[in-house]
Design a binder for this molecule. Structure first.
Ligand code: ACO
Length: 378
């Protein structure tokens, strides 16, 4: 039992709780490996579909494996009528994270194999969620804009189809490629808060859908996935590069956290940021978004100079999603669509060598006391 302050690892900071073969984060060398491959190499050469198979299976797919998965994924993108009905029941001002959480939960509640936690059943569920979540996210953004559902197109890859279903237009290559890079970079990151949540739920032998629903809840918070949305709120608040210095003075004086900066593990910079920043630069050039780029650079320079705290992945991805045309509230559900690959890989890894996750706590409440008038029966 922990009974001294030194025994308490607040926020589990610095605690290693298990092995994982899925990804390796090395803050000293600023590197991130998925199943041994540097994430930058994957982002430069692979589709998100191939990276999903890498995370689930341990190796990059062979050509037949890739083709088989893509055929499945393209055939299962439709938003089922019952899930559409569930989404339609939710208020238009519901947060999109609540919408995707509810839609995934509804999918699980009606899945015949929900209680089957065998490796083959869990892999099938992971692939189904991969295929279905984009339609949930795209439809929710459209209905909030008063637009109807755009059916998926089987002739488009994952990223192009996701953008097609959201905007009703086929994206140009530069946009589809930047989006694909963002999905790969967001896919996996060891024992982050949402992945750990999924592993805790899995450790009780609850089903994969329950674990993913819990992970979505954990991702929503602004200290985790919600930061990509929060970055854009900050940009809106600041308005222009000239206003950064004054805004930052006020924010720091009021002890505000600057969203999109800092990381529990990386203290010298997030390994994913240079790749996502390069993708953002291609979008800035494509859309002619020089003012946004100036604000981005000014805030980064000023904050790093003041605090020595570097941007995390949410800093470049928030503005990238804004330029592509997503509503700010939709940014974190895009993170869900990507991270569902990592979550489900961890769920399967947890099940394969399970131990119930149940840490201890140190009690600091009142000493033992008794209800007035209570007399113990003999
Ligand atoms: N803005 C201002 N100050 C910060 C920031 C920030 N973004 N990040 C850390 N600090 C400061 C803290 O105020 C604290 O200062 P203090 O020691 O004077 O009190 C010190 O740096 C340590 O910060 P902690 O929050 O204790 O460090 P921790 O490792 O727990 O935090 C976290 C990591 C939660 C991500 C933090 O940096 C943060 O809140 N960042 C903003 C939210 C964000 O961008 N989250 C995205 C995470 S990455 C992802 O999900 C892809």
């Amino acid at each position: 039992m922990a009974d001294t302050q030194d025994d308490i690892k607040k926020g589990l900071a610095g605690v290693t709780v298990d092995y994982t073969a899925i990804s390796k984060v090395n803050p000293e060398t600023n590197s991130l490996l998925y199943r041994g491959y540097p994430v930058q190499e994957l982002a430069a050469t692979q589709s998100f579909e191939a990276v999903a198979l890498l995370l689930w299976n341990g190796d990059l797919p062979t050509e037949p494996e890739r083709a088989e998965f893509e055929t499945f994924e393209r055939a299962n993108r439709d938003l089922d009528d019952d899930i559409k009905t569930v989404i339609d029941l939710l208020p238009l001002d519901a947060h999109p994270m609540d919408v995707v959480r509810t839609a995934v939960s509804a999918l699980g509640a009606s899945a015949a194999d929900v209680a089957d936690n065998s490796p083959s059943a869990d892999l099938a569920k992971a692939k189904l969620l991969f295929a279905k979540i984009p339609a949930m996210v795209a439809y929710d953004q459209r209905r909030r804009r008063g637009q109807g559902l755009v059916p998926p197109r089987e002739d488009l890859d994952y990223s192009r189809n996701f953008l097609w279903m959201t905007f009703g237009e086929e994206p140009v290559d530069v946009v589809a490629e930047a989006f694909n890079v963002s999905m790969i970079l967001y896919a996996e990151h060891s024992f982050n808060a949402s992945t750990f949540t999924a592993r805790v739920i899995t450790s009780t032998t609850a089903d994969l859908y329950s674990a993913v629903v819990g992970a979505i809840g954990a991702l929503k918070g602004a200290l985790h996935g919600g930061a990509n949305e929060a970055v854009m709120h900050i940009f809106d608040e600041i308005g222009s590069a000239e206003r950064v210095a004054g805004w930052l003075d006020d924010a720091l004086a009021n002890k505000r956290k600057i969203m999109g900066f800092g990381h529990r593990v990386y203290k010298k910079g997030d390994s994913r940021v240079p790749t996502m920043k390069a993708a953002l630069d291609t979008l800035v050039a494509h859309y002619g978004a020089d003012e946004l780029a100036a604000l981005y650079d000014e805030l980064e320079t000023a904050f790093v100079a003041r605090k020595g705290i570097y941007p995390n992945l949410d800093y470049p991805s928030g503005p990238a999603y804004h330029l592509i045309g997503f509503d700010t509230l939709t940014f974190t559900p895009l993170f869900v669509a990507a991270r569902v690959t990592g979550w489900t890989a961890h769920i399967m890894e947890q099940t394969a060598s399970n131990a119930l996750i149940r840490p201890l706590s140190a009690y600091n409440g009142p000493d033992e006391r008794h209800v007035e008038g209570y007399v113990a029966s003999e």
